[in-house]
Design a protein around this ligand. Sequence first.
Ligand SMILES: [Zn+2]
Ligand SMILES: [Zn+2]
Length: 386
Amino acid sequence: MKFVIDPRLAHLGEADLAVLAERYFAGDRAGDLVQEFRLQCSPNQLYRLVPPRLLADHRCEACGAPLIQMRRVGVALSHGMDAIRCSACHHRVKGACRCDACQAKKRQQAHAEVTREHKAREAYCKGQWSYGEVQCNPEDLSVDNAVALLALVRCGGWVSDTVIGRIDASGIPFAPEGLIGGHLVAALISSGLIAPALDSPIDAFETTRTPMQAFMDRVHWRILAVSPMLLVQRLEELCQFGEWPAAWYNGLPELQLALAVAECREFADLCLTERGLPAAGHLAAEALFKNLLTDFSVSQCFRIIWSGAMASIDFIARTNSSRRHGTNYFIGACQRWADRARAEGRTIKSGFRNGRRPRSQLSYVLYDVFLGVGEMGFSEPLRASP
Ligand SMILES: [Zn+2]
Ligand SMILES: [Zn+2]
């Protein structure tokens, strides 16, 4: 590196210049040096004039050339400058360096990190799931698997001819909140029909945990059928024109009930938590909604649930009870409401979906695509369904 001697140092010989630099870097007072060497500058400008000091014993890690000290450490700090840098390339010893060597190193490290993470994810996935292709016709699928597969495809969309995208990116939720979505996806996995794609997005995996964890709503899904797009197309055609396999009719009532209970639970949790009440216990809620759904549609259940939540708030205000007690009251209030309607042969009005918990993809696929009845699945009792 070439250092241009400042004209204000021109009166100094080489030896004096060396002494000046040595004493400057040794920490002598700038005022004393300016005076002694008869320099035409103020003491606080001295740092600009002094030639850099060669640190012959210290080599640049980027190119191997000797390092030079440009400024006294205190001066460098107060001016946000480098005290030490390479005499040949632009490498900085401290702080963020953007020299070519450092940038190339950073790129290399980033690439190595991505490769390492990718390999770790791949090893984890292959250890967890099977990726063998399966020969499968739509007729071979259970109705649960058929509905779930189509809902998954509609939510995630094709990202290649064997892989569908993440379901959390869909504007329509895959399933009502709760366990039903996870159960249906788990059934697809255990049937060997899908597995998380090896090149899923990075944030689909929690890599800081041991063992690592995959988020089922963020992974991409590899469909393991021999011709995935053809399978899905034939499945859609079977729904539209074909004759249903007998097994689908047998499995249908259970799937409809599971979806209806899940929708009721999701709506009940919303009504309760919106009013500051804790969500209802799993067993009590499940028993209540299964009982209600034997006679009433999901939309009528929504009406009962909404009224039950209102009644619980009244109950708390009237009796000064705890919120937990209020949720217990909710279960009883809904049951009594339904029992009275049955006893008196009264018709319960329909309730509505809440915009914060929109209709799920499972409901669209089951009632629009498979059964072709649309929201009748919501507004008609299950026993009246096709
Ligand atoms: Zn260098
Ligand atoms: Zn550098």
